[in-house]
Design a protein around this ligand. Structure first.
Ligand code: HEC
Ligand code: HEC
Length: 347
């Protein structure tokens, strides 16, 4: 070997070492999965005093940092495989729903879900928020876990908060559930009136009276203060069920007695929506009230509450009473909720 040959060989080796070195410049993996320096801040779900205790599983107690991580995920389009984020359909400014539909189904709002044990229009999901969130990431979005695991920020945060080197659907669901549990609406005009901070107008007060007494009789299903009883009811919307989607709870149980039963929707922020009922058949609150007033079909499994004495022919309200009910429904709008920066896109 000549001297020049040796020199160029040495140069080549040096070059190769340099390239190899640069390839190794990625951050060295954390040797310990447990990062003992991380402090987690325990939190409580803040609600007005008249709210019941929220449902919180023992193994996912509220932690500020984890709820914040859930918020990042909620707004992250990389959770889906087609560029959608949760917030793409659950839009904060209109109470975490959208005016569009998905396959003929109205997108359910996200509000006060910390009190739910039944989810979806047809009650097809039961359990905790953690359970429904697992469905959302694992089945609805079929999130590509590899994409999340190779993201340096998520891998660092999940390692810190969940002490794990591998992010699973369960971890994503737990973080999302924590964020969802913080989405509490308790500052509507209705709430402020309960706390003596505002006085409702005479029409709003009359509407409230109709809602919470046998005259309007809404409260048996839209129960105070969450505004849903988590239960399935046939309210007589249909007498024949042409579309599968109209069969409701029947699709879950295959029991004919459950035909046309739907989970009572939450009425908080209802005035911000433009599609009502599972299939969005009504587009105004007037249409909804007219249905309760005289549109009900007498099907065999009609909810007994719908047939209470004096209701057999519908509510038969006076025009002004309908307007009063609507005025009351509008007091359930909570703009501190729909504009709360804590629920907005953090990314
Ligand atoms: C393409 C629109 C769309 C996207 C994106 C979307 N959702 Fe939904 N979501 C819906 C629809 C529609 C429903 C009602 C479905 C039903 O009841 O059959 C719903 C219902 C829900 C419910 C049940 C609420 C209740 O009151 O029972 C939860 C929880 C939920 N979504 C969470 C999520 C999460 C978390 C994500 C992101 C991982 C997400 N959604 C993304 C459309 C969407
Ligand atoms: C027997 C139980 C029951 C009673 C009583 C009842 N509701 Fe409902 N309500 C439901 C169910 C269930 C739905 C959803 C039905 C569907 O989508 O098929 C619903 C839907 C609604 C909706 C549409 C909400 C949305 O997001 O689409 C409004 C508004 C509403 N009810 C208001 C009222 C008012 C006002 C009263 C009293 C006049 C009342 N409800 C009485 C069970 C009830």
């Amino acid at each position: 070997m000549t001297r020049t040959n040796i020199a160029s060989l040495a140069l080549a080796i040096l070059f190769m070492l340099a390239v190899a070195g640069s390839c190794r410049k990625k951050p060295a993996p954390d040797p310990t999965p447990q990062d003992s320096t991380t402090t987690l801040t325990p939190d409580t779900i803040r609600t007005p005093l008249y709210f019941p205790q929220p449902i919180i599983p023992a193994d996912n107690q509220p932690v500020k940092e984890i709820a914040q991580l859930g918020r990042m995920l909620y707004y992250d389009t990389r959770l889906s495989n087609d560029g959608r984020s949760c917030a793409g359909c659950h839009i904060q400014s209109i109470g975490f729903t959208t005016h569009s539909m998905l396959n003929g189904t109205v997108v359910l709002p996200h509000v006060n879900m910390a009190w739910y044990n039944t989810f979806m229009w047809d009650g097809s999901k039961t359990g905790t928020l953690e359970d429904v969130m697992t469905f959302e990431v694992q089945e609805f979005f079929a999130t590509d876990l590899n994409r999340i695991n190779t993201d340096p920020i998520y891998s660092t945060l999940f390692r810190k908060y969940f002490k794990t080197n591998t992010i699973t659907y369960k971890h994503l669901a737990y973080a999302l559930a924590q964020f969802a549990r913080t989405m509490v609406s308790g500052n509507s005009r209705y709430d402020l009136s309960l706390r003596g901070i505002v006085t409702l107008t005479p029409d709003e007060r009359a509407g409230k009276e109709l809602f919470f007494t046998e005259r309007g009789d809404c409260f048996h299903c839209h129960t105070n203060p969450v505004m849903t009883d988590n239960a399935m009811h046939n309210t007589g919307l249909d007498s024949i069920y042409t579309k599968d989607a109209d069969k409701g709870y029947y699709n879950v149980t295959h029991n004919t007695n459950d035909l046309g039963k739907f989970r009572t929707p939450n009425l908080r922020n209802v005035a911000l929506r433009t599609r009502f009922m599972h299939d969005g058949r009504f587009t105004t609150l007037e249409e909804v009230i007219n249905f309760y007033d005289h549109g009900m079909r007498k099907v065999s499994n009609l909810d007994p509450i719908m047939l209470l004495p004096a209701k057999e022919k519908g509510l038969q309200l006076e025009e002004w009473e309908k307007q009063q009910l609507i005025a009351f429904l509008k007091t359930l709008t909570d703009t501190t909720f729909t504009t709360n920066p804590a629920f907005s896109n953090p990314n």
